[in-house]
Design a protein around this ligand. Structure first.
Ligand SMILES: Cc1cc2nc3c(=O)[nH]c(=O)nc-3n(C[C@H](O)[C@H](O)[C@H](O)COP(=O)(O)O)c2cc1C
Length: 214
């Protein structure tokens, strides 16, 4: 597959057919993640394949993205968080680079995935998956054979709009309403993950999540 076709054709897919994803395919996807660059070439990622419905149920009960209820296979990407460059949180960057490679590989193999950060807190994730404190969850990706490919989400800007020469040359207009909206969203997110997941909250959250979807 051509690189441009992979980059532009990959879509976030959240609904999959019943067809199981084989171990070989999962290995190829993870291996592709491991070809991504990592800070100091540390390669300090860890991957947890999730195929146990109980694990998905636990994630959902703590407020994870609701489309996971119909997902059979996912991969949790962890990265060691003890790196010396905390200023740039290079462990997150290294883990994220692996995630994108994995999604591209899945697409090139005729599968699809979705990058998910709508997950319980790191503390809860550690408990659920027995993760030591020295590792952070970077993301989860769902993986499967797509039932349909969602239409492309147009990029909001082109390269010229967001690029400048030698120094930051943009008029950053502050938008107080947008800032307040974001602050409110941060607060709601905090509250949401602390609330017991009664059904009306789940229904409400599910509707909100549609906003993420293509
Ligand atoms: C860091 C990150 C976190 C994301 N978290 C979620 C998520 O929790 N739930 C979800 O449905 N999609 C999530 N997405 C997928 C985005 O919604 C999706 O990439 C975006 O709408 C663009 O669509 P495309 O991937 O098809 O181009 C996430 C993507 C990124 C990069």
């Amino acid at each position: 597959m051509e690189l441009d076709e992979a980059i532009k054709g990959r879509r976030s897919v959240r609904r999959y057919s019943e067809k199981a994803v084989s171990e070989e395919i999962l290995e190829q996807i993870i291996q592709a993640g491991m070809w991504a660059p990592t800070a100091c070439n540390d390669q300090d990622y860890r991957f947890i394949v999730i195929n146990d419905q109980n694990k998905f149920d636990e994630l959902l009960s703590f407020g994870a993205a609701s489309f996971l209820k119909d997902v059979q296979t996912a991969i949790l990407i962890l990265y060691k968080n003890t790196s010396s460059n905390q200023e740039y949180k290079d462990y997150i960057q290294s883990g994220a680079a692996a995630v994108q490679n994995m999604l591209l590989k899945a697409y090139s193999l005729g599968l699809a995935g979705c990058w998910v950060c709508n997950l319980p807190s790191q503390r809860v994730m550690r408990q659920l998956f027995h993760i030591p404190r020295t590792y952070s969850v970077i993301a989860l990706i769902s993986v499967g054979y797509p039932t349909s490919i969602p239409k492309m989400v147009n990029r909001k800007k082109n390269a010229k709009d967001v690029t400048c020469l030698n120094a930051f040359g943009f008029d950053e207009e502050t938008d107080p309403i947008l800032d307040r909206k974001k602050a409110l969203k941060r607060l709601l997110r905090k509250i949401y993950y602390r609330l017991p997941k009664s059904s009306w909250i789940k229904n409400w959250a599910e509707k909100l999540e549609k906003k993420f979807e293509n």
